[in-house]
Design a protein around this ligand. Structure first.
Ligand SMILES: NC(=O)c1ccc[n+]([C@@H]2O[C@H](COP(=O)([O-])OP(=O)(O)OC[C@H]3O[C@@H](n4cnc5c(N)ncnc54)[C@H](O)[C@@H]3O)[C@@H](O)[C@H]2O)c1
Ligand SMILES: [Zn+2]
Ligand SMILES: [Zn+2]
Length: 355
């Protein structure tokens, strides 16, 4: 088998050849059909994220071992199953829930294994989907994609689940006024599609890149905003129906976007922060009190939420976001394109297209 892995943080991915995988116990081995390229894979290659005020979260200090095959948005077919894996249809394409926990702690037993303290996330703690083969601990992490195209279903595992879970945390009482989304990359575009599927008002979307703003309009945004505009706050309020938005989702998570979000948010409004670009919160404590705002974070989503999302996707209710397929052996170049802001929607790696 072939894989594209991080050998050293801060350096290009390398291609590695390894023996074909064999499953034990409940494990299953997939032949990868499609592997989505998430901005988190860039943070992984970089080796951490900026926590602001001179601090940094280093993956090396968090027990992440190298070499590591990245990739957590994977679709594939089962090619081998361990003796305890049970009956599995080997003709189907499955999208994989990658946010696996230990399965034994209280958090996992409550169904929130995406928040387990000893996580085994695919492509982050254990080898992921930038490969021709992928090992899965248990078939319960596999979801049949039905008639969906693998390249379009793969992003559901992270950009889909993350935005679905963030919208659940926001709550549908916020769905009757346009929310503001900041960032129209893989996550932002997926959120536009999900809001439509859930019957919510179309959002107003801010992004620094005109090409991403055009993609947001194409995906169904009610209006788009250039954060560099001198009247950005009044433009946001007027696009949101004449008053500041009650709900904001920040899919960038940088100091500039956190500041914009806080200033644009209505009194008593809710900000859900999702992006990991980095930095420290730029808000004044008295203003949080005086504006009476709710600020919360949202990290990926649960297995139950994933099952619900895949059901909705299989019904055809979620229009796919634009995706561009690249050969698996161009993983490093594809990450560079994402870093340079040149990917609109999602890039997806395909082992089948490599030469
Ligand atoms: N919380 C979670 O569970 C979770 C899950 C997946 C990804 N993420 C993180 O979310 C972030 C976005 O991921 P993605 O895959 O959508 O990235 P992406 O690269 O596809 O998109 C990022 C978008 O943000 C825009 N942008 C950058 N700086 C901006 C600014 N200052 N103001 C407005 N727009 C700006 C870019 O133009 C681009 O359109 C990453 O940091 C990623 O690691 C978090
Ligand atoms: Zn991701
Ligand atoms: Zn656990």
């Amino acid at each position: 088998m072939q894989c594209q892995c991080i050998q050293h943080f801060g350096q290009p991915l390398i291609q590695d050849e390894r023996p074909d995988m064999t499953p034990t116990g409940t494990e299953v081995i997939l032949e990868v059909t499609a592997a989505g390229v998430c901005h988190t894979d860039l943070h992984m290659r970089e080796g951490g994220v900026d926590l602001g005020r001179g601090e940094r979260l280093n993956y090396a200090d968090r027990g992440i071992k190298l070499p590591l095959t990245v990739g957590h948005e994977t679709v594939g077919r089962v090619i081998a199953a361990g003796p305890d894996a049970g009956e599995i249809d080997m003709t189907r394409n499955y999208v994989v829930f990658p946010w696996c926990g230990c399965g034994a702690c209280d958090v996992c037993r409550q169904g929130d294994e995406n928040l387990c303290a000893t996580p085994r996330y695919l492509g982050i703690h254990v080898d992921g989907g930038y490969a021709t083969q992928l090992r899965i601990a248990h078939p319960r992490y596999l979801f049949d994609i039905g008639d969906l195209d693998p390249a379009r279903a793969a992003p559901l595992a992270c950009s889909g689940l993350t935005t679905f879970s963030a919208l659940k945390k926001l709550g549908d009482s916020y769905f009757d006024q346009p929310p503001l989304l900041i960032g129209a990359g893989g996550l932002g575009l997926m959120c536009i599609r999900l809001l439509a599927a859930l019957g919510a008002k179309a959002p107003v979307v801010a992004d620094i890149d005109p090409a991403k703003r055009a993609a947001a309009l194409e995906a169904g945004a009610a209006a788009v905003i250039d954060p560099a505009s001198p009247d950005v706050l009044s433009e946001i309020a007027s696009a949101c129906g004449g008053t500041p938005p009650r709900a904001i989702l920040d899919f960038v998570g940088a100091e500039a976007t956190a500041k914009l979000a806080f200033n644009a948010l209505a009194r008593n409004g809710k900000l859900v922060t999702v992006g990991l670009f980095g930095g420290a919160a730029p808000w004044s404590l008295p203003m949080i009190t005086l504006k009476s705002v709710h600020i919360m974070g949202s990290y990926v989503g649960s297995l139950t939420e994933f099952a619900e999302l895949i059901e909705i996707a299989r019904s055809g209710a979620i229009d796919a976001i634009p995706s561009t397929v690249f050969p698996l052996d161009k993983a490093e170049e594809t990450l560079n394109l994402l870093e340079e802001g040149k990917i609109v929607g999602r890039a997806v790696l395909s082992p089948a297209t490599q030469v």
